[in-house]
Design a protein around this ligand. Structure first.
Ligand code: PLP
Length: 485
């Protein structure tokens, strides 16, 4: 333990201060707050100098791991580099100082940007129209499902209350469907990891609202039967929802709109290089085919005949309202900057390069780690633990050991189809040298599992904290440094 880890909150010394503000001019004025809401004693804050505060936060920040500190191959999360120009643009006073209640005439440029970003996303995905209002991927899923429900309701087709979700789906898919009041029906995957069309057929009838799919799916595999699945679902009157959180491998190669999808969401905080982690902020825009545009949520940005843009509260037959205003504008701005900085030509390189990187790592490790589905992957792939199962070393141990070598662990124990799943997604922003370094360490860990299994089972050894009780940390988090009765 280092000096500052121990004493950080205990440096307080009565009267020491880290700021100098002018004397308060309203000391004796009458407060407008009701007496019951006024606090009677000063808050019990540490009394420390500015330097103490700087060291406290700097040391805390160094205990963290981020994509700016090292390789972060977290499958299904697309931890790509967040270019710093995005931050520069988002911090420009003209953007940072906006207020959501400003009259439309004073924010024409901003509304134009909203339209332009929507248009760029339409070009990339093949969907006719977008709302940029949702705040996260799961929020986008809920919005998209609300659009689907509104579509069926507007046609008086009220018995469509079931939604089909593959067993490999991201957990947010069934969760969002449940929040939307839909009944979830699972469709199975075949041994090759793809949706089983024969299992799907008997599920299709006039109670089906639609199907939620990810393509490539969470195993990083392209659903080859997507055309057939699309026509089967459409024939029974259902709609196709595309979970586009991980659009990375498709960028510039193929468009969900062309595969027959009616609704999709994107995670700008994955595919479009805006930061994520720590609970946000994010953005989960939803795109729809032309026949569903009228059901997008309010408010919407519309264009008058003379080219003036305005915010419409209740245009068309909206599915409702899913945000206070127009989404996380700062995040939208970063994604817009990313798209313009890449330009049309380079956006097309994202998919092929992310797929190349994933296959490179997979091929270099498959003799040490169990590869249950050996086909060419897209942007990510899944190992089922170490190849040599005799050592008793589990996927969790491999993940913890990686931290000792300065890499973030991949996603583990997801998808649920394999007991020892390790899901690796390198992304296109990493150099070959970084990938080679990761491969070398992964091979080294596989060798350690045989020569010194104990060092893996007790890992990590070098991090600020060791193995945590993750369940208790999530259920009963300790959010204060002191107990307060
Ligand atoms: C990340 C992810 C989501 C959820 O996105 P959030 O922004 O975390 O709500 C949904 N589906 C897939 C496939 C994902 O990878």
């Amino acid at each position: 333990m280092k000096y500052y880890d121990k004493l950080i909150f205990d440096l307080s010394k009565a009267g020491r201060q880290g700021y100098s503000l002018p004397a308060c001019r309203w000391e004796n004025s009458v407060s407008e707050l009701p007496a019951g809401l006024l606090r009677s004693d000063a808050p019990d804050l540490p009394q420390v100098s500015e330097l103490d505060v700087v060291r406290h936060y700097t040391n805390l920040s160094q205990m963290n791991f981020g994509v700016d500190s090292g390789f972060y191959p977290l499958g299904s999360c697309t931890m790509k580099y967040n270019p710093k120009i995005n931050e520069e643009i988002a911090a420009m006073p003209a953007f940072a100082g906006l207020h959501p209640l400003q009259p439309s005439q004073t924010v024409q440029g901003v509304l134009r940007l909203y339209k332009d970003l929507s248009h760029a996303l339409s070009e990339i995905t093949g969907m006719a129209e977008f709302t940029l209002n949702p705040f996260a991927g799961a929020h986008g899923e809920l919005t998209g499902l609300m659009v689907i429900r509104q579509y069926h309701m507007s046609r008086g087709d009220l018995k469509r209350t079931r939604i089909i979700v593959p067993d490999s789906a991201h957990g947010t898919n069934p969760a969002s469907a449940a929040v939307c009041g839909l009944e979830i029906v699972q469709v199975k995957s075949k041994a090759n990891g793809l949706v089983d069309v024969e299992d799907l057929k008997p599920l299709l009838d006039d109670t089906v609202a639609g199907i939620m799919m990810t393509n490539p799916n969470t195993l990083g595999l392209f659903e080859k039967d997507i055309r057939e699945i699309a026509s089967l679902v459409h024939e029974c009157g259902g709609l196709l929802y595309y979970d586009g959180a991980n659009m990375n491998p498709l960028m510039g190669v193929v468009r969900p709109g062309d595969m027959g999808f009616d609704v999709l969401h994107l995670n700008l905080h994955k595919t479009f290089s805006t930061p994520h982690g720590g609970g946000g902020p994010g953005a989960g825009p939803v795109g729809v085919a032309a026949h569903l545009a009228q059901h997008l949520p309010s408010p919407r940005v519309l264009e008058a005949e003379d080219g003036t843009l305005y915010v419409a509260e209740d245009d068309g037959d909206p599915c409702g309202r899913i945000s206070g205003f127009m989404g996380n504008f700062g995040v939208l701005l970063r994604a817009y900057t990313y798209i313009l900085m890449l330009g049309k030509q380079n956006v097309k390189m994202v998919g092929p390069l992310s797929v190349l990187g994933a296959n490179y790592v997979k091929e270099a490790l498959k003799d040490c780690y169990e590869l249950p589905i050996p086909s060419v992957c897209k942007h990510e792939f899944v190992f089922d633990g170490l190849k040599d199962k005799s050592t008793g070393v589990a996927t969790l141990d491999v993940a913890k050991r990686l931290l000792d070598y300065g890499f973030h662990a991949p996603t583990i124990y997801f998808p649920l189809l394999f007991h020892q799943a390790i899901m690796i997604e390198p992304t296109e922003t990493e150099s070959k040298e970084t990938l080679d370094g990761f491969i070398e360490i992964m091979r080294h860990i596989a060798a350690e599992a045989i020569s010194d299994p104990e060092s893996l089972k007790t890992a990590p050894h070098t991090t600020p904290v060791r193995r945590l009780d993750e369940t208790t940390a999530a259920r009963q988090p300790v959010l204060r440094y002191k107990d307060i009765n």
